[in-house]
Design a protein around this ligand. Sequence first.
Ligand code: AMP
Ligand code: ZN
Length: 137
Amino acid sequence: MSDCLFCKIIKGDIPSLKVYEDDLVYAFLDIAPVNPGHTLIVPKEHFDDVEQMSEEQAAAAFARVHRLAPKIRAAVGALAWNLGLNTGKAAGQVVMHAHWHVMPRFVEDGLTHWPKKHFTDAEMKSFAADIVAALSQ
Ligand code: AMP
Ligand code: ZN
């Protein structure tokens, strides 16, 4: 897509700190990192989000994430990593070109996980039933 920021980065029209590239993905440092080595792994083909990718396309991209993330973690001396996949604006997706965030983690690095919510047993059972029904179609 001609007006897509990540398509422009992949083409080289906008500069990036590229760390890896192959036929399928382009990986570069996030301009606003949560930690050293925060890397975005982006399919070269434009998809607005991962829901637009086929199972095969998503599996192939994730295989790259799986291969690259441990090396990114080790390169910055991190102990662990989180994987981020924001899908849709309500989930915090800002750049509408599918991408995985690899975020190296350190002990007591100041990052926290999402706050938890409480739902009643009836609500939880209802959520599960809705999902089971959706997944069985
Ligand atoms: P998301 O919220 O999942 O869409 O994340 C988009 C990410 O892209 C954010 O973490 C931004 O910091 C990052 N970002 C935006 N513009 C650039 C850029 N020019 N170079 C590198 N990262 C960028
Ligand atoms: Zn794009």
